[in-house]
Every structure is written in C-alpha cells, then in structure tokens.
Design a protein around this ligand. Structure first.
Ligand code: NDP
Ligand code: ZN
Length: 356
C-alpha cells in the first residue's frame, strides 16, 4: 500500500510502498480518508521528537485521522462506519493508565504514540486498530473529522482548567489564546462556539496585516493582539487581565508571562513544546503572584476518549466558513512535498487517501 513515511536518518517525508497491515485478532482494518499535518509531524521528520517503531528503519507519519471500517474482523464495529483513532497505545500489553481510560496521563515509557513515538501512524491507505482506540463519528465528519484529535487536546486542557478552579465559584468570561498557529486558531474557535461561557476572547500572534490567521481570529469574534506591540505581560493594561490563558506558541517566556496576564483566581494552561532556552525571570515575584492571587498554571498533553467525544460535539458547533478558511490545502499522497510545505499562507494541510 501507499504510505507517507520518514526513513531513519532522513529529514524529509516521502511517498513509499510498504506492506499492507494485517489485523490481529481483536483488531479491525481501517481505510484512511484524510490525515491532518501538524507541527509534531515536522518535529518527528526532523528527529526532534519521537522514534521509529521497534525493528523498522522507517516510520509511517500522521496522528490526526479519519477513516472507514474496511474489515471489522470479528469486532463489534460495522463495516463502512466512520471512525477517528486516538493516538496513544500501551507499549507491551496494557497498564493501569490504559485500564483507567487515562492514557493521556501516562508518563514516558508507559505508552507509544501512533505516528510519533514508537508506532506507525495513519498516513497510509490502510491501518489497523483495536476498537477501544476508535471513536465513532457520523458520515458528515468524512472531510473534517481529522480535526477531532487536535480539538480533543484542547478539550483536555479546558477540562483540567475548570477542574483546577472547581473548589470555588469560578465564572470565567475572558480568555487569551497565545499563538495563531493551527492549535491556537482551533482553540479560539472552541472558545467562540455558542455553548462556550467565554464572552471576550483574545488571540496573540506576531504577524502584520493582511494575514489570513488574523482574518480568521476577527471573523470568529476574537481580538487580535500583536506581541511585538503588546507583550503578554502588558495585556492587562492594554486590554484586560483574563480568567483563562491557553498557551500554544511554544515560546518559553510565555509560560511565565501568563502569570501576569491572568486576573486573580485565573488559570493558565501550557500546551506549547519549546526547546531548551535559558533566560532571566524574577522567580520570586512570579511565585508570590501565583500564591497571593490564587492563580494556577499547569501543563497538558494528549487526550483521552471522553475528550475525543467532547471534541466531536464541539466540532459540530463550528461555523461552516471556518473549515474552508482554516484548511488551506487538501493534497493527494503524491503531493507530499507541497502538503508538508510551511509558510504564512498555509494554516492546516491534509493528505487525502480516499473519500467516502
Ligand atoms: P505552530 O508552531 O504552527 O504555531 C505557533 C504559533 O505561535 C505560530 O503561529 C507563531 O507565529 C506563534 N508564535 C510563536 N512565538 C510567538 C511570539 N513570541 N509572539 C506571538 N506569536 C508567536 O504550532 P501549533 O499551532 O501546531 O502548536 C502550538 C504548540 O503546541 C507547539 O509548540 C506544538 O508543539 C504544541 N502542541 C502541543 C500539544 C499538546 O497536547 N500539548 C498538541 C499539539 C501541539 P508565526 O507563525 O508568525 O511564527
Ligand atoms: Zn498533533
């Protein structure tokens, strides 16, 4: 079958012919429709993140997919049913994190990740999976269901943010998303859905107008903030101190500046994955601010099945125009180079293996 892979020692993706996967007992065979590309794929390609599956000198990329059940293989799935796969799998047999339905809370070594760490991903015509790692979605998700995975990462962050404030009456109204990359824009769209309690949402970038991400921010109803004019710790003076900060820049200073952007009793979620970077901060002041203003700061990665389910509901609340504006390219597997190209004109690209 055709697959988009990265070979060990190479730092570019390529289209290759690889053996068809054979479902083991208890596994179904899935036919891939679409697979989204994100920053993690680029990190895997450049060898900054992840590792090949044991015994293979290549890895099939991709972890944001939507697929059809091709062969249920004795599982209780229905052939023709549409599904979105989760990312983490237990490395050798299962462990408590997976048994509890909380693979997203497993520390390193207690999981592999399809398309990222130690397991093949979904950028191939076919893949196999146990049904417990598949979320059923309606046929209307054939085109954009691959967004359920990235949205689920933010559902987890929202859940943890609310949980961290659940010991008192927290009625957040304002939110600040740091980063206008795909994760930041998706999260802003989530904050702007009709069921969201957030009334005033800001999104930070570092781009000049005209820019398609700024157009999306404003069309969603958010306020664009340029970090070159208004650094994160100045946002309370320029706009307002916010109840919730969602960091998706991977710019390490933002983790600490978040404390200053928060209103008392506010919470900041850190999602970005920066490289090592040493810089000076006034740790004493930040520590004091966290304590005396009852602020919270936490990190969040990956997501569990219930957060995938929440993401399904959220995705169906997005306005129709958003998908056309956000997905800037749909490519055939043979167009791998263009699909992985980056630049200000590209927001979210996707490889299409098949259609319903
Ligand atoms: P991108 O790198 O595409 O987006 C980051 C955005 O932040 C870019 O648009 C960039 O602007 C902007 N940015 C960076 N630094 C600044 C700054 N100083 N001021 C203003 N804007 C800035 O990544 P993604 O959107 O795909 O993901 C965001 C982060 O989250 C990444 O670090 C990624 O690794 C991580 N991630 C974490 C997950 C998790 O579960 N924790 C899941 C998925 C991703 P510009 O484009 O103009 O340079
Ligand atoms: Zn991802």
């Amino acid at each position: 079958m055709k697959a988009i892979i990265v070979r060990r020692g190479n730092s570019h993706p390529e289209l290759a012919e690889v053996p068809d996967p054979l479902p083991e007992s208890g596994e179904a065979l899935l036919r891939t429709l679409r697979v989204g590309i994100d920053g993690t794929d680029h990190e895997v390609i450049h060898g900054n993140h992840g590792e090949n599956p044991e015994g293979d000198d290549y890895q099939i990329l991709g972890h944001e997919a939507v697929a059809v059940v091709e062969d249920a293989n004795g599982t209780d799935l229905t052939e023709g049913e549409l599904v979105v796969p989760t990312v983490r799998r237990p490395p050798n047999g299962t462990n408590d994190y997976f048994k509890q339905g909380e693979p997203d809370m497993a520390p390193d070594g207690h999981y592999v990740e399809r398309g990222i760490v130690g397991a093949h991903g979904y950028m191939s015509e076919l893949f196999t999976s146990s049904p417990e790692f598949l979320v059923s979605v309606p046929d209307s998700f054939a085109e954009y269901g691959f967004l359920v995975e990235p949205i689920s990462n933010s559902e987890k962050a929202f859940e943890h943010a609310f949980a961290s404030r659940s010991a008192f009456e927290w009625n957040p109204q304002s939110a600040l998303v740091l980063g206008n990359g795909p994760l930041g824009l998706l999260t802003l769209a989530m904050l702007e859905t009709p069921s969201s309690p957030f009334e005033r949402n800001y999104c930070l970038g570092r781009r000049d107008r005209p820019d398609r991400t700024i157009e999306i921010i404003e069309r969603l109803g958010g306020t664009y903030i340029d970090s070159r004019e208004t650094p994160v710790d100045r946002i309370p003076d320029a706009h307002e101190a916010v109840d919730f900060v969602y960091e998706a820049t991977g710019y390490a200073k933002h983790a600490f500046e978040t404390v200053d952007a928060l209103t008392p009793n506010g919470v900041g979620a850190l999602l970005g994955i920066p490289s090592d970077w040493e810089f000076k901060i006034d740790g004493g002041r930040l520590h004091r601010e966290l304590v005396l203003q009852n602020k919270a700061l936490f990190g969040s990665v990956n997501s569990n099945i219930s957060q995938f389910e929440a993401a399904k509901v959220r995705l169906s609340e997005f306005p129709d125009w958003f998908f056309d504006a956000f997905v800037t390219g749909v490519y055939a597997p043979s167009e791998v180079e263009t699909a992985f190209a980056t630049g200000d004109e590209s927001i979210k690209t996707v490889v299409e293996f098949d259609t319903l």
